[in-house]
Write a protein that binds this ligand. Structure first.
Ligand SMILES: [Zn+2]
Ligand SMILES: [Zn+2]
Length: 323
């Protein structure tokens, strides 16, 4: 195991020594040295994940693409979203912030004479079963992601941010991370609250995020790929998630909100396994949300939210509650 992680440690050490420490020193932030190493390590994992995702998804997209585009410039912005998110923001938030908040909360809870919550306290049979515990973390986090995603379609103000994700008409494995920063922030607070509540250890949390996000990248790939009748019901496939984007494009209420497991869609009756490789996009979104630069998309997302909250402009996302 150590030999497996050695190259990552080595790369993170190099990054720490040559980039992070000089930067922290220059900014007078030397007390962040320890967590900065954690960030560097998970940034290296994030970069590796991008390379692995690319190596798996690109051949798939070349092999059996759903769509071919003469001009795929709009995808370039999605590549930027992915790098920013996987190498910069996710390691920063999943390790540095989570670690700090976890240490603070554990201290506070213990100081008050309580025991910090963990899943093993609720289910003692999980003690000494790290693999099973990890799998249960995946299931619980994915369940919470299902509801976050579903609510982001239900509330108009929230959908005006999420529409940035749906505006893309050239959906590829790069599209998973094309989200509004505010939407990402809400999503991260939501995710972190659940992770803290079930007591995920700080070193496992970023690894969980890496695993879940890999499946989510694959589910956006521009590939005619499905996992068979049973497989479709076990893990979210590119075909299943494309239907989520496609029905929005067709102006219908969406389906298939699951990120990794389609089980919640089946349980709450939002699953639709019947759609074959439909076109994606959001006709209610300004063109700039689909094809603008990163900054233009972010600005347009805020504008759309302000218009929605002010009660004019943006189309409702679904038959949703007024805010
Ligand atoms: Zn959505
Ligand atoms: Zn999506």
């Amino acid at each position: 195991m150590d030999s497996l992680t050695y190259p990552f440690d080595l790369a993170a050490g190099w990054l720490q020594e040559h980039a992070i420490l000089p930067a922290l020193y220059a900014l007078g932030l030397m007390n962040w040295e320890e967590v900065a190493y954690g960030w560097a390590l998970f940034a290296v994992y994030g970069a590796t994940q991008v390379v692995v995702t690319y190596a798996i998804c690109l051949p798939l997209e070349r092999w059996r693409p759903v769509e071919r585009w003469p001009d795929s410039r709009a995808v370039t912005v999605d590549i930027f979203y992915t790098l920013l998110s996987r190498v910069g923001l996710l390691p920063l938030m999943t390790f540095v912030l989570f670690y700090r908040v976890q240490v603070f909360l554990t201290g506070w809870v213990t100081d008050n004479g309580w025991v910090p919550p963990t899943i093993e306290r609720v289910f003692p049979f999980l003690l000494g079963q790290p693999v099973l515990t990890f799998a249960i973390y995946v299931v619980i986090l994915d369940f919470s992601e299902y509801w976050r995603h579903r609510l982001s379609h239900l509330f108009d103000w929230w959908y005006s941010l999420h529409s940035l994700h749906h505006a893309q008409r050239q959906m590829t494995f790069w599209s998973d991370d094309r989200n509004h920063l505010l939407d990402d922030t809400i999503g991260f607070v939501w995710f972190m609250a659940v992770a803290l509540l079930i007591g995920i250890p700080p070193m496992q949390f970023p690894l969980l995020v890496l695993l879940l996000r890999f499946v989510e990248s694959l589910s956006h790939a521009n590939v005619r790929l499905w996992f068979g009748w049973l497989g479709e019901r076990l893990v979210v496939s590119p075909r299943f998630h494309r239907a989520h984007h496609g029905l929005m494009a067709a102006g219908l209420a969406s389906v298939n909100y699951g990120g990794v497991l389609p089980w919640w869609d089946m349980l709450f009756r939002t699953a639709d396994f019947g759609h074959d490789y439909v076109p994606t996009g959001d006709p209610s979104a300004e063109e700039v949300l689909a094809t603008g630069s990163y900054a233009a998309q972010q600005a347009a997302g805020v504008r759309r939210m302000v218009r929605t909250v002010a009660g004019r402009g943006a189309e409702p996302a679904a038959q949703s509650d007024p805010v």
